[in-house]
Design a protein around this ligand. Structure first.
Ligand SMILES: C[S@@+](CC[C@H](N)C(=O)[O-])C[C@H]1O[C@@H](n2cnc3c(N)ncnc32)[C@H](O)[C@@H]1O
Length: 166
């Protein structure tokens, strides 16, 4: 298993999807992209054309499965606006007990993200009860040092899971 999505085989379209397939050995992976060369189907992976800046395309994609996702990973455009649109659109499709991760957040977006999360919790008071959030700074844990090595993680609470296990 190659866990470095930046190493040569993974820089090809679908590289990180294949890495996650290896890591989550019983998973089915559904990817979205706007690029034609990222469209493919193979064992346990299928990709779909959708623009993450367009909520209706995300909703059409997510509704087509008639299920909720255990894990949603945004490794897409990495710009603040579409990443936020994707978050507020796809959180609804996350399974209780599931995790939503935004990868590679540029350090310069940190304050903007904290403002957006504050705004989100004011506009949507139940969000605080429904989700735990963590900002994970990986900048000192990766080599070479990389400006974009931050993750934002949302855990959707599940009343069936005892929160003290975390
Ligand atoms: C860091 S790469 C990740 C690629 C993919 N996850 C993989 O398995 O290799 C970012 C991807 O985001 C896609 N992208 C850029 N803008 C997008 C948008 N507005 N909506 C959806 N995907 C987008 C790019 O085409 C690119 O393939």
């Amino acid at each position: 298993m190659n866990l470095d999505p930046n190493s040569p085989p993974a820089t090809k379209p679908g590289g990180s999807l294949r890495m996650w397939k290896d890591f989550f050995r019983y998973s089915n992976i559904f990817g979205i992209d706007i690029a034609d060369d990222c469209m493919f189907t193979e064992e346990r992976i299928k990709t779909f054309k959708a623009n993450q800046a367009k909520p209706n395309e995300l909703i059409d994609f997510a509704k087509s499965f008639n299920l909720k996702f255990d894990i949603i990973i945004d490794d897409g455009v990495h710009l603040l606006g579409p990443t936020y649109i994707t978050l507020v659109t796809l959180l609804d499709f996350l399974q209780p007990g599931g995790i939503y991760i935004i990868e590679d957040i540029w350090q310069e977006y940190r304050e903007a993200w904290l403002d957006l999360l504050q705004h989100l919790s004011m506009a949507w008071p139940e969000a605080k009860e429904k989700y735990s959030t963590a900002w994970i700074d990986l900048r000192n844990m990766t080599k070479p040092w990389n400006e974009s090595q931050n993750l934002l993680l949302f855990y959707k609470h599940d009343e069936k899971i005892d929160p003290t296990i975390f």
